[in-house]
Each structure stands twice: as C-alpha cells, then as structure tokens.
Write a protein that binds this ligand. Structure first.
Ligand SMILES: NC(=O)c1ccc[n+]([C@@H]2O[C@H](COP(=O)([O-])OP(=O)(O)OC[C@H]3O[C@@H](n4cnc5c(N)ncnc54)[C@H](OP(=O)(O)O)[C@@H]3O)[C@@H](O)[C@H]2O)c1
Length: 288
C-alpha cells in the first residue's frame, strides 16, 4: 500500500462528509489542510490557483458541492458552477501541479431504469439538474486530467455533521403519530464515517478511475425509516407508504440507484458494513 500523498487538501471540509473525512484522514496519520468556502471557492479558478500555490498539495479531495437537490432545479447556474465548473477548475490546477485528485459524485448520474446494481461504466442519464451538473463535473474532470484522478460515486448519505434523513425522521416522529414516507425508491443508505474510511483507503492506494462505494444492502426510504424508529424505540409511530410522485418534490429522482461495489472491494479487499449495522452505530447511545 502506498503512503498518502501529503499534504492532502480537503475541500468542503466543513460539510457532512467533509467533517468525518477529515477525522478519518487524521486518524490514519495523514497531514491534511482543511478548506471550505469562503477560504476557497472552487467556482473561481484564481481562488483555486492561489490555494494550490499556498498549500502545494500532493493530493486533493473534493467533497464540496451544491447538494440541495430540489434547490438545484431553480438555481441551475449555481448548481453547474459548483458541481461542474468547480471540479473542472480543480482538475486544471491539479494537472498543472501533478496532484492526485479525488472527487465525490452521486448515484443521481443514473436514471434508475436498471433492475440490478449499477456498475461504474454503465451509461449515465441524469434526470434532474443536480444529477446533470454532477455528471458534467465528472466529464469535465476526466477530460482535463485523463488519469491521476479518482471519482467515487455514493448515495443516501447521513452523518453527524449535516442535515440528514435519520435525524429528520426522529424529529418528525416526536411530533407526529403517522409519517408518510416514500417506498418506491431503492438504494443503500450510507454512513459518512464508513464512506470516509473507504475514501482514506482509496487515497492510500492512490487508486485511479471511477468507484462505487456505499454501505451494503438495499432498502426503501420507508423501510429505512422503520429501522430508525425501531433503533430509537419510537415504535408507536406508524409509517404510511407513499410514492415519489405523491411526495411531489421539485427534482426527479431515480427509482432504482443501487451501486455495485465489486470494483472497490476487489481493489481494496475492504467490505463495507451492512446499512442496518451502520445506522445502528450512528444511533448508538442516542436517547430520544
Ligand atoms: N448527501 C448525500 O446524500 C449525497 C449523496 C450522494 C453523493 N453526495 C456527494 O457527496 C459529497 C459530500 O456531500 P455532503 O452531503 O457532505 O455535502 P454538504 O454537507 O452540503 O457539504 C458540502 C460543502 O461544500 C461547501 N461548498 C459549497 N460550495 C462551495 C464552493 N464553491 N467552494 C468550496 N466549498 C463549497 C459547502 O459550504 P456551504 O454549506 O456554505 O454551502 C459545504 O461545506 C458531494 O459531492 C455530494 O454531491 C452526497
């Protein structure tokens, strides 16, 4: 296994994944520099160049993004600026400095029409602006760098440092006896702590190419919510299943976006924990 290429610049360090990623990198002994907006604005090439000149990173992990999926539908320009131009700017500067670039992407690059887990080279066909902007970011990054990059696609994230489904369900269950939850989308809830460890491993190996990384197992939002309520002992709250259409969110979502982790597992010999075990770990010790 290779050593970390240090210093390692983490961009988006104060976000949900960024927070747990920085902890995991430090635990693994990496020398890191943590940045977020406003210290660096990935939409602005001069800002990126200035930070690279100052930090001289040998590796860069970009977890910064415009992640408000429904907000992207009305803020198209901002979404493409952060999610497409941002990674391209990083790729341009990383190419000049020879830095290894790791970038996080999403299951929303797929349309959900497949009936079995998506592999890394399955054709993308994003449905909404968020997915389109993230896909454009992947394309621009690859075109600029050709190699010496690692794109990690993941999905349904939750973690202690961000707004997430688990906390939302617990809050809602304290106020309501019935929760209406979508049951026609299939995916793999993924704990940012587990994903962070996987990213660390890929960085240590300086893996290149595209990888799918999620917690193991597949569920619906509705069954995920039931499991959360079970773990926190709020079993008197009923879940009523609804469809994605009934929920009526601004952005379309893929109905099936399970990601096949085989390529990641074969390269790293790591097995991601089951999603049920991961959410239990996240909630352990939590009293409601
Ligand atoms: N959350 C999910 O379920 C999910 C699923 C699949 C993939 N992903 C991907 O995983 C990654 C991490 O997601 P997350 O949920 O941890 O995101 P997050 O909590 O929204 O964190 C993103 C961070 O990036 C910062 N940022 C925004 N615009 C920036 C800019 N122009 N320059 C520098 N930093 C900027 C944000 O700052 P502000 O908060 O101040 O805007 C925030 O601190 C993203 O690439 C996302 O697309 C997420």
């Amino acid at each position: 296994m290779n050593d970390f290429a240090v210093p390692c610049l983490v961009i988006g360090a104060r976000g949900m994944l960024g927070h747990d990623l920085c902890l995991a990198l430090k635990d693994a002994g990496a020398k890191i520099v943590e940045m977020d907006i406003p210290e660096i604005d990935i939409c602005n090439l001069s800002s990126v160049r200035a930070i690279f000149q100052k930090v001289r990173p040998r590796s860069v992990i970009n977890v910064a993004a415009f992640t408000d999926v429904d907000g992207c539908e009305t803020q198209t320009e901002a979404a493409f600026s952060v999610n497409a131009i941002g990674p391209e700017n990083l790729a341009i500067v990383a190419r000049g400095s020879g830095s290894y670039l790791v970038h996080i992407s999403t299951d929303y690059v797929f349309d959900g029409s497949k009936k079995e887990p998506y592999k890394e080279d399955d054709p993308a066909n994003p449905l909404g602006i968020y997915g389109k902007s993230k896909w454009e970011g992947e394309v621009r990054l690859r075109k600029t760098l050709l190699d010496n990059y690692c794109i990690i696609r993941t999905q349904w994230l939750y973690g202690a440092n961000g707004k997430n489904f688990v906390d939302t369900i617990i809050r809602a269950a304290k106020r309501n006896k019935i929760l209406k939850i979508v049951n026609d989308q299939l995916g793999s809830p993924t704990y940012t702590v587990d994903l962070a460890m996987a990213i660390v491993r890929l960085c240590q190996m300086q893996a290149t190419g595209v990888f799918h990384v999620t917690n193991k197992g597949t569920t619906t939002w509705s069954d995920f919510a039931a499991k959360i309520l079970e773990f926190v002992g709020l079993t008197n709250v009923k879940i009523e299943n609804i469809t994605t259409n009934q929920l009526g969110r601004a952005a379309p979502r893929p109905l099936y976006s399970v990601l096949d982790n085989t390529k990641f597992e074969n390269l790293t010999s790591m097995k991601m924990p089951l999603w049920e075990n991961a959410v239990e770990k996240y909630l352990s010790g939590r009293t409601v």
